[in-house]
Write a protein that binds this ligand. Structure first.
Ligand code: FES
Ligand SMILES: [Fe+2]
Length: 454
């Protein structure tokens, strides 16, 4: 489906938290802010409540399979997961399996990962092979999906080579991400993304390598899972240790056609704290929570914590980011969390985080949450990290590669099983969203409604 424009509302619409706005913080930066951070796109969104059954009903999940997962562009793997001819990756979504293959002609193709003989999955996992051979009886296709051979050819006079090419799905690439779409009539990825690539021109994600990739099964619906990562409203309740150095309620929320954005500043005290916090306290709150055992740092007398952290991060990135001298303090410490409908969440600037959320297997009450760290590098590209799998009961802190951010994910995850329990047993009918701070979630549900034809 094409993306009709959503109604636009002038910047500054509606009540915001008292105190500094994010734009005020940009005014005080040591460098001029890029145009993309000056954009403000508050939206008039119709959805303020959605029925609880969206998170609990298996029938609603089935509807999503038909109207969302079989219809939308979705991030399947990284381009450099399949760099050479014969390299393949699998992507599982709601009980369906797809195979992304780099052909002998170096082109990327995606096929339904199902043998046309009696249905076995052609590949069980990623790898490299010269052909696509089914392990059951040995039917074999070439990397372009043409049927090459099958044992006892004489027994299949009715199997014409042309009719038994592997069914393909659409493939597109942006930012080093390979997207697939199962709908043969879908709009091109380019138009679906809209302006999103323009937002990332200063932070090219194709020039990164996968430093970490952790996948965890979560005890909740995939939407409840991702919604916990689409607002800073929960910081005061869930991560109170961060308040001295995070502008949670000063966050800016924007929505465009198929994507939205939140910006949360670091090194500014939360408006929830009546007495604010000193520059050093702001820094300490972040360092104790987010850096890995680094020695304590002192904010120099004549500097703000914000300018200081900008300077420190600038120095850390010097070896890997050629343009680091132009980056604002904002880009070197704030959180820019983008969401492309339905489930892809690349972070802007150099935060490195990318999230993906999807239903686990075919269950309405299980999700698969993945965290990728995409890091810049200079010179020879480092090897991509292997995926670490965490079961439903395994904590994020088991994945060493996440560093101390794992503690933050643990706090986030603490609520989610109990959210699903609460929704399952609820005697009221709807969940309710904030007008401004839950803009991104409302935007998501507005698009969901549109896809469902509601
Ligand atoms: S099921 Fe694949 S060759 Fe028989
Ligand atoms: Fe959180």
């Amino acid at each position: 489906m094409t993306s009709a424009a959503l109604p636009h509302v002038e910047a500054g619409h509606g009540p915001r938290s008292p105190g500094l706005s994010y734009q005020d913080l940009l005014d005080a930066d040591t460098r001029p802010a890029p145009e993309v951070l000056r954009l403000q796109a508050a939206r008039e969104l119709p959805v303020v409540r959605v029925p609880i059954e969206r998170y609990t009903s298996q029938a609603f999940h089935e509807l999503e399979v038909e109207k969302i997962w079989k219809k939308v562009w979705q991030f399947a793997c990284r381009e450099d997961d399949v760099p050479e001819p014969g390299d393949h990756e699998t992507y599982e979504i709601a009980g369906m399996s797809l195979l992304i293959v780099r052909g002998a002609d170096r082109r990327l193709r995606a096929f339904h990962n199902t043998c046309l003989h009696r249905g076995r999955a052609l590949k069980d996992h990623a790898g490299r092979s010269g052909e696509l051979r089914c392990p059951f009886h040995g039917w074999t296709w070439n990397l372009e999906g043409e049927l090459q051979e099958l044992p006892c050819r004489w027994d299949f006079p009715h199997v014409e080579r042309e009719r038994y090419a592997l069914p393909q799905v659409q493939v597109g690439v942006w930012g080093g991400f390979v997207f697939i779409n199962m709908d043969p009539d879908c709009e091109p990825l380019e138009s679906y993304l809209g302006d999103l690539p323009r937002h990332f021109t200063r932070w090219p994600l194709e020039k990164r390598f996968k430093e970490a990739h952790v996948a965890k099964i979560m005890p909740c619906n995939w939407k409840a899972n991702q919604e916990a990562f689409m607002e800073a409203y929960h910081v005061v309740g869930t991560h109170p240790q961060l308040l001295k150095g995070i502008g949670d309620a000063n966050s800016q929320y924007d929505a465009w056609d198929n994507f939205s954005r939140a910006i949360t500043a670091n090194m500014t005290p939360s408006p929830h704290l009546p007495d604010g916090a000193s520059e050093q306290e702001q820094l300490d709150s972040l360092l104790s929570a987010s850096l890995d055992g680094d020695p304590p740092m002192r904010v120099p007398e004549d500097m703000t914590a914000r300018a200081f952290l900008g300077q420190v991060t600038r120095m850390q990135l010097q070896a890997s980011v050629p343009s680091v001298g132009e980056l604002t303090d904002a880009e070197l410490q704030d959180s820019f969390y983008y969401s492309l409908f339905p489930n892809f969440h690349p972070w802007g600037a150099y935060n490195r985080i990318v999230y993906r959320f999807r239903p686990f297997e075919n269950r309405v009450d299980r999700a698969l949450m993945e965290v990728l760290y995409l890091s810049p590098y200079r010179g020879r590209k480092p090897e991509n990290a292997k995926t670490t799998w965490l079961d439903i009961d395994e904590p994020w802190t088991n994945a060493d590669e996440l560093g101390s951010l794992a503690n933050i994910f643990a706090q986030d995850s603490f609520n989610l099983g109990r959210v699903q329990d609460g929704l399952r047993g609820a005697q009221h009918s709807h969940v309710t969203f904030a007008n401004y701070q839950e803009t991104k979630i409302r935007h998501f549900h507005t698009l969901l409604d549109r896809h469902l034809g509601a």
